[in-house]
Design a protein around this ligand. Sequence first.
Ligand code: KIV
Ligand code: ZN
Length: 519
Amino acid sequence: MSQEIIKIFDTTLRDGEQSPGASMNTEEKIQIAIQLEKLGVDIIEAGFAAASPGDFNAISKIAQRVNNSTVCSLARAIDSDIKSAGEAVIHAKMKRIHTFIATSPIHMQYKLKMKPDEVIRRAVRAVEYARTFVDDVEFSCEDAGRSDIGFMKEISDAVIEAGASTINLPDTVGFRLPFEIGAMVKEMSEYIKNRAIISVHNHNDLGLGVASSLESVMNGARQIECTINGLGERAGNAALEEIVMAIKTRSDVFSNFKTNINAKEIYPSSRLIANITGIEPQPNKAIVGKNAFAHESGIHQDGMLKNRKTYEIINPADIGLDMNDTLVLGKHSGRAAFKDKLSKLGFILEQKALNSSFERFKIMADKKKEIYDDDLRALVTNEMTKAPKIYELISLQLMDFSNGIPSAVVTIKKDGKEMVDAGVGEGTMDAIFKTIDRISGHEGNLMDYKVTSVSKGKDALANVTVKVAFNENEPAIIGHGLNIDTMLASARAYISALNSYLSMKGMLKKRHTNSNETV
Ligand code: KIV
Ligand code: ZN
């Protein structure tokens, strides 16, 4: 019996990026889009083109790089948004505009301040205008979970007539229980029939996003919107890896369905997103959490030794996770062995990136006894997503601060010229960051600081993520630094934020809108 495809619409780069602290630079977004394509997602929502020139630029670059997934931009139901979205995806092989307007009484009355008739008019205009740019238009009834089903049928008729081929029913506030979402999807799909594909987009405020998405499939949804690691506004969106592995693992229940996802790319995708955003999935997170395949109790370990299936419903190798991942390379390993290992991990690097990653690997191998796949993933991701090196850290010396005055001596290079300065601070990091500010002439305001260890051991790599505002009228910028030494990693992260800021200047402005703001 032939199986129907459930389309996977990934919104990590749009809704996921709306997670507090998850904003990314253009190079990082491009690397994520390339990985999503490898993962096999059908549609990549690459961003919200009208939000800022930086968002527009990232979508447009992704549209030029991705060949096998549809590239999509979000747009509110207003002409200027749709024009930006259309222009941003213009070079994509397969392109889509996703436009939306709220349909729930509470949103229409208080947020939009519009009567239902006017909402329908706006929606129709938006879809008609979007069709002048692309053939593939998706329309979302924002807050569908709290909308009147009769009204959603009416607006769906109108937008399908205007040219929409996908109708998305988001549970924007994650309020509904799975059986309620299932009933809504059933009624809407029986009404719409094959005039359009029914899609769902479930937020996770009650922890039900994945359950509601699966229930939707059973009731007629043929597209699911989701994010890697469940990133997204507030409590996030339904997690892609959980949906895909539920459909695959319970193929007895989902026997009529399959996805185009290459499950072996799930773990690499999850690591890439965690390394770039600095947001680690909770350890007990299904599928990709650090403990998802760890068996702690003696009884479980005994069972596992006798037959893995006693306690394991998924083979970690099926999601691309190698449980014995100590690298057998060391400081004497050559470039060819290094390149070979990277290609096994799915990284194909251009010569320049390969050379610089190899140099960094050698330095790391000198200091670190055991190198794990995750160390390599973090190192290469860090190398591939770097903003142009405007400032480069040459050295960092921390002075003896037993006298209670932490101080740092920092040497930085710019345009071939080395600059050195020393400074004191309330703590060591404060001293480092203030000294960098003084040398560069750019005063940063540290909004967030996170450090995670990449793997295990006292010599584990520290992955530092900082969020720095260099100008109060512009959005804060994320920077990353990776080193065995946490302070060195912090200095690198701060300089990487500065480099990102300077390389994006002109394209930055505080987002004048986000997807959930009033039309
Ligand atoms: O949650 C939501 O309603 C959205 C829409 C813009 C699809 O993200
Ligand atoms: Zn959403």
